[in-house]
Design a protein around this ligand. Structure first.
Ligand SMILES: C[S@@+](CC[C@H](N)C(=O)[O-])C[C@H]1O[C@@H](n2cnc3c(N)ncnc32)[C@H](O)[C@@H]1O
Ligand SMILES: [Mg+2]
Length: 228
């Protein structure tokens, strides 16, 4: 029997991913509505994928999350996945710099039935994070905003967490460049490289990166806070 070509292997990986998505992470009307609202508002399609959304829910459930913090809301797609892992008295705060995005998020949260347990705060995350110290600790923190600030977001995430909290950051593979050190990197890539290094070396964290987006070329950095 002949070896599969690289195109056949890519197609097989794609089929497996679609099957996992369909079986374990189907999108209901609320999630599909958030994607449509984003398209209608002309927002970029840079949200996480359904498997990542379900993974966020699995992790939120694993740490019995009652308080979740998200940095970077876009249209509320990841926020809906996260909010649905909360108990009815749980709370998700999502930080978003763009007021137009925030309006779309609020409408999509309401449409998805999670308006009661979610709050969108508008502003630059680095300005808003210091105002959250009395509202934590957060059980899960999801970082998915401007990449250059990821190292500072990590500092804040640890400050706002407890032992057992889970800190997740998106786009921490980026075709592999997020693990490289070169002289010619832009500020976003430097932020990602530093984030991976900081989470790998920080003795307070246990960390792994999973390549689980865009045909394994991007993915999530997942860190558990062991102690402060
Ligand atoms: C990749 S999108 C978030 C995607 C979303 N988490 C999802 O998967 O559905 C990044 C979002 O972060 C917002 N953002 C960028 N810089 C920010 C900052 N400094 N503070 C807060 N939000 C920021 C952008 O406006 C954008 O809506
Ligand atoms: Mg992202």
């Amino acid at each position: 029997m002949s070896e599969a070509t690289s195109e056949q292997q890519a197609e097989q990986r794609h089929q497996i991913e679609s099957t996992i998505s369909r079986l374990f992470a189907p999108e209901d009307a609320g999630l599909q509505g958030a994607l449509q609202a984003a398209r209608d508002a002309g927002l970029p399609e840079i949200q996480i994928n359904p498997i990542q959304g379900k993974l966020l829910q699995v992790l939120a459930t694993a740490c019995q999350a009652r308080k979740i913090l998200e940095i970077g809301s876009l249209a509320g797609y990841s926020g809906i996945w996260l909010a649905r892992a909360l108990p009815t008295d749980g709370h998700l705060i999502t930080l978003e710099i763009n007021p137009e995005h925030a309006e779309v998020v609020r409408a999509s949260f309401a449409n998805a039935g999670v308006g009661d347990r979610t709050e969108v705060r508008v502003g630059a995350a680095l300005d808003l994070l210091p105002t959250l110290t009395t509202e934590g600790p957060f059980d899960l923190i999801f970082i998915d905003a401007d990449k250059a600030s990821y190292p500072q977001y990590l500092d804040w995430a640890i400050k706002l967490s407890r032992a057992g909290s889970i800190i997740i950051a998106d786009n921490c593979v980026r075709d592999g460049v997020a693990f490289q050190q070169t002289a010619t990197m832009d500020a976003d890539t430097i932020g990602l490289v530093q984030y991976n290094q900081l989470t790998r070396e920080d003795p307070r964290l246990t960390t792994i990166v999973l390549a689980n987006d865009n045909d394994y070329t991007d993915g999530l950095n997942i860190a558990v806070v062991k102690a402060h």
